[in-house]
Design a protein around this ligand. Structure first.
Ligand code: NAD
Length: 496
């Protein structure tokens, strides 16, 4: 059957076997309470699997297994070259299972199969490879000190790392945590989102197959409860979180209430995409602006959800944007031709529709605005664009759906002021043909990533990723991420 057809993937989906148990100490296990939760596909609203609903006993068992493995040094004590070869094997297995993992991700999260096969799964494998290849090349320092001393500065794994992750890029966001954490020698307990737990559960078996020792990588599916238990756990040394700013604030409190575990937060955004009147290519900018908000159904932390357009080019730009938006007509995510899939679940669907209602009351609807494909039983929303004032609710709050707020400005200074007038600071973009303006605006934008004359470029692991302000702290990706999962140690040796 043609792999490029809907029938091929529907056929594969019909025979797919799905594992829903937790993975603790090298084996799949039911939750000790016997509880499960329903994992529903947003494609058609049908049950995919019953998944273990991890509670305190399961979290304790996973953390204890991770601690035992760490203390026994079965992973942390290996020559980094050895860890490298095991991690490379794991990444290879992910690539060999690309279709199966992509299918799981598409069924579970409603993401187009064209994206999960080309971005999510290869991206996760690449992340693991990148840190594997880096880890036997990064060393410590011998630092200047008194003549009678030898001063060493080394980095050591921090211990048990818990990773609590969201549902928009389930495997990829998890990989951005477990890639560097495992490469550095830590043990990991991964808590995937209850909305999309399936790929995390599946790659745990592949980790064991690749040679990662039992207890080093554990997965405890469930909702907020196991996440909170991990954040409060006295034997978790570090909690790496990606998710909403509200839950990020709670995680910091849990760390303060317990053992002051290191907390790293990758949170929400409301990123501005500024188009200046000297934009060198309006067609490219309009295509990028559409991709910035409609790719992945707008379920992007970096979504360019505030489009700031100069008054002089606004009409010409919006015309082009409307054409570009047509490329994101919602379709069956299992169809390789589909570029916009389903919203992850009913809760998120209602949330996005609620914002669209708010938008109708406070702004001018330019495009879309409706739920579509309701007959499928799934959750689909068409690309939606509003003309708004900067202080509108939909222009200030993160929607995490395919809803764009267009804001008009008259001067560069005004655009920068509006762009920075946000609690968030994850990403931003500016379009201009003037090199000086580009650098000056890029410097003024309070965001962890700034794109000039592009949006969402940079699949390389080399770029640190994270936010200013309430978009978080610390950085995923790049060698800097290793800093989050290691403690710095000074060793001073007196020679005589
Ligand atoms: P969320 O905060 O609702 O959930 C994230 C994770 O936290 C899930 O695993 C969830 O089960 C868990 N959780 C929920 N309540 C908890 C609690 N009280 N204690 C501990 N854990 C808890 O976020 P979401 O809806 O899954 O994801 C969307 C959010 O993630 C958006 O705000 C988006 O911007 C953000 N995000 C950020 C990045 C980034 O890198 N900055 C990347 C992707 C998504």
């Amino acid at each position: 059957m043609d792999k490029n057809s809907l029938a091929y993937w529907q056929d594969k989906a019909a025979t797919l076997s799905i594992e829903g148990r937790a993975f603790i100490d090298g084996a799949y296990r039911d939750a000790q309470s016997g509880r499960t939760f329903d994992c529903v596909s947003p494609i058609d609203g049908k049950l995919l699997a019953k998944v273990a609903d991890s509670g305190a006993a399961d979290v304790d068992a996973a953390v204890a297994a991770a601690r035992r493995a760490f203390d026994a040094r079965v992973w942390s004590g290996l020559n980094p070259r050895k860890r490298k070869s095991v991690l490379l094997r794991w990444a290879k297995l992910m690539r060999e299972h690309r279709d199966e993992l992509s299918l799981l991700e598409t069924l579970d999260a409603g993401k187009p199969i064209a994206d999960t096969t080309s971005v999510d799964v290869p991206g996760a494998a690449y992340c693991v490879e990148w840190y594997a290849e880096a880890i036997d090349k990064v060393g410590g320092e011998v630092v200047p000190s008194d003549h009678h001393l030898v001063g060493l500065v080394t980095r050591e794994p921090i211990g048990v790392v818990a990773a609590v992750v969201p549902w928009n890029f389930p495997l990829l966001m998890a990989a951005w945590k477990f890639g560097p954490a495992l490469a550095a020698g830590n043990s990991v307990v991964l808590k995937p989102s209850e909305k999309s737990p399936l790929t995390a559960i599946r790659v745990a078996q592949l980790a064991l197959d690749a040679g990662i020792p039992a207890g080093v990588f554990n997965v405890v599916p469930g909702g907020g409860e196991p996440g909170k238990l991990l954040a409060l756990h006295a034997d978790v040394d570090c909690l790496a979180f990606t998710g909403s700013t509200n839950v990020g604030k709670l995680i910091m409190q849990y760390a303060g209430q317990s053992n002051l575990k290191r907390v790293w937060l990758e949170l929400g955004g409301k990123s501005p995409n500024i188009v200046l009147p000297d934009c060198p290519d309006l067609d490219r900018a309009a295509n990028a602006a559409a991709g910035a908000i409609f790719y992945n159904m707008g379920e992007m932390c970096t979504a360019g959800s505030r489009l700031l357009v100069h008054r002089d080019i606004k009409d010409a730009f919006l015309e082009r944007l409307a054409v570009a938006a047509r490329g994101y007509t919602p379709g069956n995510p299992l169809d390789p031709q589909t570029s916009m899939g389903a919203i992850v679940d009913q809760v998120q669907l209602d949330r996005v529709l609620g914002y669209i209602e708010a938008g109708r009351a406070e702004a001018k609807l330019l495009l879309g605005g409706s739920r579509v494909k309701q007959e499928s039983g799934g959750f689909y929303i068409e690309p939606t664009v509003f003309d708004v004032k900067p202080d509108a609710k939909i222009a200030r709050e993160e929607i995490f759906g395919p809803v764009l707020s267009v804001i008009t400005f008259d001067t560069v200074e005004e655009a920068v002021r509006i762009a920075n007038d946000s609690d968030y600071g994850l990403a931003a973009a500016v379009w201009t043909g003037n090199l000086t303006t580009a650098h000056e605006v890029a410097r003024s934008l309070r965001a962890g990533t700034v794109w000039v004359n592009c949006y969402d470029e940079g699949g390389d692991m080399n770029f640190p990723f994270g936010g200013y302000k309430q978009s978080g702290n610390g950085r995923d990706k790049s060698l800097h991420a290793l800093e989050k999962y290691t403690e710095l140690k000074s060793t001073l040796v007196r020679l005589r």
